[in-house]
Design a protein around this ligand. Structure first.
Ligand SMILES: O=C(O)CCC(=O)C(=O)O
Ligand SMILES: [Fe+2]
Length: 224
């Protein structure tokens, strides 16, 4: 599947809002990074592939909900971002960011030779507080005490709160790309990515994204 990924390298910030947005001088959203990972979207992954069956599987969804202490989780209503394959080629990285969706479940499917480590800052923000000073420190390379690192092996299932825990995949080194499958679920049904974010990630939007933009279901009032 990896050759199908949309691989436009892009300049982004941790919030995936416009990099020319009018922000105060010390705002962490002003720190630009190079996003080199490429996504294969859900609508490109055949419905009968194991990874797609797993994403839709009710027992799997019940397991994920139980792990997060929830009664139920819902598939992201987004036809592109609900299930993705994340491809990071040698020399590239997936820089610090927050996810749109609250709960992220991922599985490493191909391990790089070197680098490509998953790093995260547990609950660096909440739905009520952005905590810009700590975010800025991590982005400036001065927040090592806030950063945890997780060694993943192919087949490892990882669950995390990507909307509140800023995270990244460090630059991949060696000759082998890092591949992971990303399963996106939400507590409330009907959540789609914004038109701008969807274009950034996949290079295209579908009619559903445009229709949802006016009446988007948001889980909080955070910046992105
Ligand atoms: O590939 C990974 O392990 C993390 C991917 C990620 O953070 C994302 O897709 O938002
Ligand atoms: Fe993420």
């Amino acid at each position: 599947m990896a050759p199908l990924a949309y691989d436009e390298i892009e300049t982004v910030n941790a919030y995936n809002i416009a990099t020319d947005a009018a922000l105060p001088p010390d705002h962490p959203g002003r720190i630009a990074m190079r996003r080199g990972n490429a996504f294969v979207a859900r609508d490109q992954i055949p419905a009968d592939f194991a990874i797609h069956r797993l994403y839709r599987s009710e027992p799997f969804q019940r397991f994920v909900a139980a792990c997060f202490g929830l009664v139920q989780v819902h598939e992201l209503a987004d036809p592109l971002a609900g299930l993705c394959l994340n491809v990071i080629s040698p020399g590239l990285e997936h820089p610090w960011h927050f996810d749109t969706n609250e709960f992220a479940v991922s599985m490493l499917t191909q391990e790089p030779e070197c680098g490509g480590e998953f790093e995260f800052c547990p609950n660096i923000r909440t739905a009520q507080a952005e905590n810009f000073p700590a975010v800025r420190a991590v982005l400036a390379g001065e927040g090592a005490h806030l950063v945890r690192r997780l060694v993943l092996r192919p087949g490892d299932l990882q669950l995390f709160l990507g909307r509140y825990s800023m995270h990244r995949v460090s630059p991949v080194q060696g000759g082998i790309a890092r591949h992971s499958a990303i399963f996106a679920y939400t507590e409330r049904p009907g959540v789609l990515g914004s038109v701008a974010r969807t274009r950034q990630l996949f290079g295209r939007v579908l009619p559903g994204h445009l229709a949802a933009e006016a009446s988007a279901v948001r889980v909080d009032a955070l910046l992105d």
